[in-house]
Ligand binder design. Structure first.
Ligand code: FES
Length: 102
C-alpha cells in the first residue's frame, strides 16, 4: 500500500486525469506518485502477455511506470513531475506509432 511520507498540506493541488477520470495531485509530486496516491494500481500492460503493471522502484530503473502523457507514450511516470491539466492514460502494450511524434 502506497502512502506519501509527508502530508505536505501546504503543497498546491493540481488537477489531472487518468483514463478520463478527474483526479487531484500535489505540486512537486511525480506522475507515478500521484497515481499511486489516488489508488491507481495499474498504469500499463505488458506488450507480450498484457499483464498489468504498476510503478515499483519510483526512481527510473524498472520501467514499470510507463504511461501515455498528453498523447505521448512510453513516459516514465516516476521521472515526470505532475503538471496541472495533464492527461494521463494507461499504456496498452508497446508505444503506438501515432504516439511517436511527441
Ligand atoms: S517506477 Fe520504476 S522506472 Fe518508474
Amino acid at each position: 500500500m502506497f502512502r506519501p511520507m509527508s502530508d505536505a498540506k501546504s503543497a498546491a493541488t493540481l488537477s489531472f486525469s487518468f483514463d478520463g477520470r478527474p483526479l487531484i495531485g500535489r505540486d512537486g509530486d511525480t506522475v507515478a506518485a500521484s497515481l499511486l496516491a489516488n489508488g491507481v494500481d495499474v498504469c500499463r500492460e505488458t506488450p507480450v502477455s498484457g499483464a498489468p503493471r504498476a510503478p515499483y522502484c519510483l526512481m527510473g530503473v524498472c520501467f514499470e511506470c510507463l504511461v501515455v502523457i498528453d498523447g505521448v507514450g512510453n513516459r516514465q511516470g516516476c521521472m515526470v513531475p505532475l503538471r496541472d491539466g495533464m492527461t494521463i492514460e494507461t499504456q496498452h502494450g508497446r508505444r503506438q506509432p501515432e504516439e511517436m511524434q511527441g
